[in-house]
Design a protein around this ligand. Structure first.
Ligand SMILES: C[S@@+](CC[C@H](N)C(=O)[O-])C[C@H]1O[C@@H](n2cnc3c(N)ncnc32)[C@H](O)[C@@H]1O
Length: 459
């Protein structure tokens, strides 16, 4: 049994001991173990056996050989790697060849890396770009890379955009990233969200968490058609995108719904809202990040399986729907999350740290909440998790479909600020009633406004 320590010892001898050790092995697993345990290679390392392994029949051995050849800085035989690239069929070995050549950081390899830019595998193209970006200021490199902004692959386009074009397109926010406008802080507007957002500047909110109307499944929302409903939501989330700060999150709670049948001779209709909404969000600059599944107890949902339980006939299977989605998106940016996080001071980062007991998986088991006035309210626990995981203390959290104000109430309890819009008078008044001194909002700081009043203070 060969150990890592033995390998370490032998590799420093530089007299071909590792080559002998590999040559005596029949078992592919052991050869790979040796190759993977080599680590950094000493300058006197005898590497000839690695080139022999480039024709090994097992792709993993070839991959590990290429990786190690790539570590022989200055001594790597590029011609041999290039020859292998021409005949290699395994994707991971091909990618590793480009990566190893790129890692040499040698201007002599530029022509070869230019050739790889035409490979049909976008990952190879990205590896070649990476190798070339070491010389990003060289005119010939710019000449080859800039046109890739029109490459068919989105990953390639994104890298090129970030390197050569993003600098011309800086964030248009006028306030510091962590800040927002005074008149939006702890504000509830009784209006159609689209009308209210006309008076909200670009880059004002840090997080949006919302549950849009469920098409025509509840009485508070009636749309002429499903298409009209989706187009309405598209407008809302396009506007939300505009008012969201660079690189910040939108979390939409939706689920497929059912519209009951007109009569016994018709069938009911299912609408896959999350799946139909998704393309509109992506089209308008929201980058998909995660799908979180909200799991409810079976006893809390409508019984659909009853009929099937009786007849057990295939095709007639209708499961009880115990899940809803939290669709997580980020406002598309070339900046990393780290850029967002670094905008906050040390104290805020420390105080916003998520405590133990956070959710590990994308399935969140939470009981639904029922309310005597509003028929579809968020459980506080759901809001709590979203706000804690996706915002910092002092951030402005927006809910375009405010309802009974659960997002506002929870944001406040977690030392965040909130901005809500709600078009129904009765729900607006319900929130107001809850804001009495003993109630859920701190009355002193919450302003409840009509659209006219909001327009006035927005001036
Ligand atoms: C699913 S409920 C949201 C409930 C909320 N999450 C809560 O916890 O109470 C959707 C809400 O959006 C409101 N709404 C519908 N269309 C609207 C619009 N165009 N502008 C503002 N609010 C709207 C409805 O009146 C309803 O209260």
């Amino acid at each position: 049994m060969i150990t890592k320590e033995q390998i370490k010892e032998l590799k420093h001898k530089g007299n071909g001991d590792i080559a002998d050790l590999v040559k005596n092995q029949r078992d592919v697993g052991t050869i790979n173990f040796i190759l993977e345990s080599l680590g950094q290679l000493p300058s006197n390392f005898d590497s000839s056996f690695l080139y022999e392994l480039l024709t090994h029949q097992h792709h993993q051995v070839r991959l590990n050989a290429v990786k190690n050849i790539g570590k022989l800085n200055g001594k790597t035989d590029i011609a041999k790697l290039s020859d292998l690239y021409k005949i290699e069929t395994d994707t991971s070995v091909r990618r590793e060849i480009i990566s190893s050549i790129g890692r040499q950081r040698s201007v002599n390899n530029k022509p070869l890396l230019f050739e790889f830019l035409t490979d049909e595998d976008p990952k190879i193209v990205c590896q070649a770009i990476r190798g070339l970006l070491v010389f990003e200021k060289d005119e010939d490199v710019k000449e080859h890379l800039k046109p890739l902004i029109n490459h068919p692959n989105e990953m390639v386009r994104t890298v090129i955009y970030k390197e050569y074009f993003a600098k011309d397109n800086q964030s248009i926010g006028v306030l510091p990233h962590t800040d927002t406008y005074e008149y939006l802080k702890n504000t509830v507007v009784n209006a159609d969200v689209l009308k209210a957002l006309e008076f909200v500047p670009d880059e004002s909110v840090h997080l949006t968490f919302t549950s849009p109307p469920y098409y025509n499944a509840r009485d508070y929302s009636i749309y002429p058609s499903y298409q009209a409903y989706l187009e309405f939501l598209e407008k809302v989330f396009k506007e939300t995108h505009r008012i969201t700060k660079e690189g910040r999150f939108l979390i939409v709670n939706t689920s497929p719904i059912i519209i009951p049948r007109v009569s016994r001779s018709h069938s009911s209709k299912r609408y896959g809202i999350p799946f139909d909404l998704h393309p509109y969000l992506v089209k308008n600059g929201w980058e998909f990040i995660d799908d979180i599944v909200w799991l409810k107890p079976e006893a809390s949902v409508k019984n659909r399986i009853g009929g099937f339980m009786q007849h057990r006939k295939p095709l007639g299977y209708k499961p009880n729907c115990v899940t809803e989605y939290l669709m997580v998106y980020r406002k598309t940016t070339e900046k990393l999350l780290d850029w967002n996080i670094r905008s906050y001071d040390y104290k805020t980062v420390l105080e916003s740290k998520v405590a133990d007991g956070y959710e590990n998986t994308n399935v969140w088991k939470i009981d639904p909440c029922f309310d005597k006035v509003h028929s579809a309210i968020f459980p506080v626990e759901l809001c709590k998790r979203v706000i804690q995981y996706y915002s910092y203390k002092g951030d402005l959290v927006f809910d375009p479909f405010g309802g009974s104000g659960t997002v506002g109430k929870t944001a406040k309890a977690l030392d965040r600020l909130f901005f809500l819009t709600e078009q129904e008078q009765k729900y607006f008044e319900y929130m107001q009633a809850k804001s009495k001194p003993q109630g859920i909002f701190n009355e002193r700081k919450t302003q409840f406004l009509t659209l006219e009043q909001f327009k006035e203070i927005a001036k």
